[in-house]
Design a protein around this ligand. Sequence first.
Ligand code: NAD
Length: 285
Amino acid sequence: MTAQIIDGKALAETLRQTFKARVEALTARGQRPGLVVILVGEDPASQVYVRNKVNGCLAIGMHSEKIVYPADIAPRVVLDKIAELNADPQVHGILVQLPLPAQFDEQEILEAISPEKDVDGFHAENVGALLQGQPHFIPCTPYGVMKMLEAAGIDLTGKEAVVIGRSNIVGKPMAALLINAGATVTVCHSKTRNLAEHVRRADLVVAAVGRAKFVTPDMLKPGAVVIDVGINRLPDGSLCGDVDFAACQSVAGQITPVPGGVGPMTITMLLANTIEAAERKAGLR
Ligand code: NAD
């Protein structure tokens, strides 16, 4: 058996095309969707992510800008800027690129963003709404995974799902979404005993660990759907997921590649959240 590839790159492109008409309709009503990304410091990976987010917006006719602060900036300056953006009617989404330098309390910064403009979905109010099954903004990476599962026609009702990783950004919201979709969910993490035994039960595995080729074929139930969130850089400079893709392809039923899987969907769902914010503001939702 060779697993069917779930192509995130192609799905992301299809979705972005459909977003253009929504952006045009909003622009015609004077509500051109606008995203502001705040970057503190010069972390090279963060710089790439921020550039891709801003360019992703501009490519479909949205407004987007980045605000860059030096790494030693006082948190008060960033909090004041967030307050200003919260009050700006041209801004529908505000995102602070993580991680932040040590002088910052990340949670304080995330909570300063208006929940109405929290397009990353990390504000406590939005996390709570997701857990209650009434999401307002869904964190972009797990949102992208759900869209991929939907596009691949995978019914999650009653399925055994195992999420590896329990971060606030990926693992925990992923688990909440799968529960809301009717799956029976196990969350594995760094303290889990007999991890492979849990994974072997899974009809769906979502790997968000941050370790190259962590998931191996012996851990999979034949035919399982395998979603690889991981982005790891190998010594030769190439990108690799948390799943040993080449080896798992012969056991899995469906599998996402890295690159070209979950990655392109993350920014796509950021665009979706910002458009949704603008549609709410325009009374279209
Ligand atoms: P994180 O470091 O915050 O969390 C990693 C999780 O893995 C932790 O909960 C930890 O308990 C678990 N873990 C670590 N070692 C383990 C082990 N040996 N066994 C079991 N569990 C273990 O990372 P994150 O922000 O959740 O990101 C995870 C991965 O996904 C990273 O590779 C990151 O680069 C990638 N990522 C990709 C996207 C995307 O757009 N595709 C978005 C966010 C994160």
